[in-house]
Design a protein. Structure first.
Length: 256
């Protein structure tokens, strides 16, 4: 009391210091909170938890352990999963627009038929993940690890996949119009009957990649490595080929 009195402090100042000191505590995660919009479970262990059908919009789940958790049918738009453990988690049929999953470990996770527009998976580990039938318009998968992932019949219109590791991934019948795959490694991947109008694959590794029946109209493959790649029945109308030449508008299966 003597120190405070002689230091020019008054009761109001002391109260203000106390409140300011407590503010950070109010923002800390409470792992016992019930699932709800805006819940803060940062760093919490929710391994194997059933969260299907919940409203977790704007939730904070950074660095949380959510391995084997089930989010099927949940609302997750604007949620923050950055650096979380999502291995083998289920996100089937979720609505997760503009969410952030940067650097997550989600090998074996399932996003089948999910709505994932404008969501960021940058540098995420998604090996063997299931995205069949999912909608990922304008999604960011920059430098993501997608080996053996399945994007069959998914919509990746305008998606970013630059420098992604897509070894043996499947994009059969997927929509990749205007998608960017510069410098991606898609060796042995499959794009059979995929829509790839105006897609950019410059500098990509496409060894033994299968583009059978794909529509590559006005796509760009400048300096791509296409050793043993398959283009049977692929539409190559006005496609920019490996050595910068433009394929004729009538080109099918071979750049002429």
């Amino acid at each position: 009391m003597y120190y405070l009195k002689n230091s020019g402090f008054n009761a109001i100042t002391v109260a203000a210091i106390a409140v300011v000191g407590l503010l950070p505590l109010a923002t800390l995660a409470d792992c016992t909170d019930e699932p709800a919009s805006g819940v803060n479970w940062a760093g919490c262990d929710k391994q194997g938890m059933d969260l299907s059908g919940k409203d977790l919009t704007h939730a904070v789940l950074t660095r949380a352990n959510l391995e084997n958790a089930d989010f099927s049918g949940s609302r997750l738009s604007d949620a923050d999963f950055n650096l979380a453990n999502l291995k083998n988690a289920k996100f089937d049929k979720v609505r997760m627009i503009n969410a952030s999953l940067i650097g997550v470990k989600a090998d074996g996770a399932s996003f089948s038929n999910a709505i994932l527009d404008d969501t960021s998976f940058s540098r995420a580990s998604l090996n063997k993940a299931d995205f069949t039938g999912a909608r990922l318009r304008r999604a960011n998968l920059y430098e993501a690890h997608l080996a053996n992932a399945d994007f069959s019949q998914a919509n990746l219109e305008g998606a970013r996949l630059e420098r992604a590791d897509m070894f043996a991934a499947k994009f059969d019948e997927a929509i990749l119009d205007s998608a960017r795959l510069e410098a991606a490694d898609a060796e042995t991947a499959s794009f059979r009957k995929a829509g790839m109008t105006r897609a950019v694959l410059d500098d990509a590794v496409l060894r033994e990649t299968d583009f059978s029946g794909a529509d590559l109209t006005k796509a760009s493959l400048r300096k791509a490595i296409i050793d043993d790649a398959v283009f049977d029945d692929a539409i190559l109308s006005d496609t920019i080929w490996v050595q910068y030449q433009r394929c004729r508008s009538t080109s099918v299966g071979e750049c002429r």
